[in-house]
Design a binder for this molecule. Sequence first.
Ligand SMILES: NC(=O)C1=CN([C@@H]2O[C@H](COP(=O)(O)OP(=O)(O)OC[C@H]3O[C@@H](n4cnc5c(N)ncnc54)[C@H](OP(=O)(O)O)[C@@H]3O)[C@@H](O)[C@H]2O)C=CC1
Ligand SMILES: O=C(O)CCC(=O)C(=O)O
Length: 421
Amino acid sequence: MERTGFLEYVLNYVKKGVELGGFPEDFYKILSRPRRVLIVNIPVRLDGGGFEVFEGYRVQHCDVLGPYKGGVRFHPEVTLADDVALAILMTLKNSLAGLPYGGAKGAVRVDPKKLSQRELEELSRGYARAIAPLIGDVVDIPAPDVGTNAQIMAWMVDEYSKIKGYNVPGVFTSKPPELWGNPVREYATGFGVAVATREMAKKLWGGIEGKTVAIQGMGNVGRWTAYWLEKMGAKVIAVSDINGVAYRKEGLNVELIQKNKGLTGPALVELFTTKDNAEFVKNPDAIFKLDVDIFVPAAIENVIRGDNAGLVKARLVVEGANGPTTPEAERILYERGVVVVPDILANAGGVIMSYLEWVENLQWYIWDEEETRKRLENIMVNNVERVYKRWQREKGWTMRDAAIVTALERIYNAMKIRGWI
Ligand SMILES: NC(=O)C1=CN([C@@H]2O[C@H](COP(=O)(O)OP(=O)(O)OC[C@H]3O[C@@H](n4cnc5c(N)ncnc54)[C@H](OP(=O)(O)O)[C@@H]3O)[C@@H](O)[C@H]2O)C=CC1
Ligand SMILES: O=C(O)CCC(=O)C(=O)O
């Protein structure tokens, strides 16, 4: 397997965590390799005739804390090495959040926007069939990530249930509310990012009210982060997607997102320019340089790098995406006094809500939306507090160091008590 920059960066962070935490070198040796990797090829009959075969993966990184858990990404450039990096992050994230889960991640190299609805369904069902022997509601529980959503989870849970011959609701999470899902999961990651941002804003400035925000990416995470941050009193002045940035100094009308939540892709950002008098800048990278208090990267990995970290004007960066900041960028931001709330803390709301949905499913029980959101919020607030306190205690650490070492402690203790190390 060829190691990409992303995997190198994640390993670099883990190695540093192992060193800072004073763990034995063998611990890093174990964590640097996934326990199991499945490579699958999924044939799809194309509407225009003929077949395309898509390569996919399911990487199971570590199950010392419980069943494997992590999303599935549909993206044209995803590699096996990226998937390993994402699975490692899931092991850390699930540990930090106190969940009874190990870490996994799945991926298919495909541009889902180029498939028809029927082709997408065939691919999703084909992927679920291909990984079925290695997943299960107490074995490995996938969920959405970039390029996948609740509808895709519905097809996958249906396909898996057909194979078993009975309904298995808990094998995938983030399903539609009509099919064993909880309505909170659709917005859980963005809501969690907003809660983490609010809690950190209280510590830095005494509150979030009136703080200006720029958000990169208007997918599931980005648009719900915008929505909840505005509700909490922040002023979202810029959002971006792959095509460019929508900017409005007085604050964007984020309610538009809620009203048009079926929309994806460029339409969402264009919405602000057509219905909200926002400026549209055709360069998506313009988002880094904006004079805002808070920047939320919520698109993909490796976007804040050595070459642009110096341009970031925000005082607080909250990682909605997985792995958006390279180690070189992290060092530059740290030296400039920019606080970076790391991915494994900031975007854990998605998997925490997945856990709550899974608990409901295993008991065939249904919780109400408000009650579930409150549980999610409490877990996020406590996690931010725990990591923040640890970070304050350790001089010279970044907040990521504090989060990773805290996550590693739980993993190490479980390995130790099980006699794995
Ligand atoms: N979904 C979830 O529950 C969770 C997701 N994450 C992480 O959050 C990130 C986003 O995931 P999610 O929202 O689900 O993904 P989506 O596929 O829903 O959305 C991704 C968004 O990012 C945009 N984008 C991609 N590349 C760029 C770029 N270079 N500049 C600006 N925008 C860009 C896309 O633009 P366009 O619309 O134009 O394609 C799209 O708006 C990923 O890192 C993911 O791993 C983390 C935890 C949970
Ligand atoms: O909800 C889940 O299980 C997965 C979420 C995920 O993939 C992530 O946090 O990156």
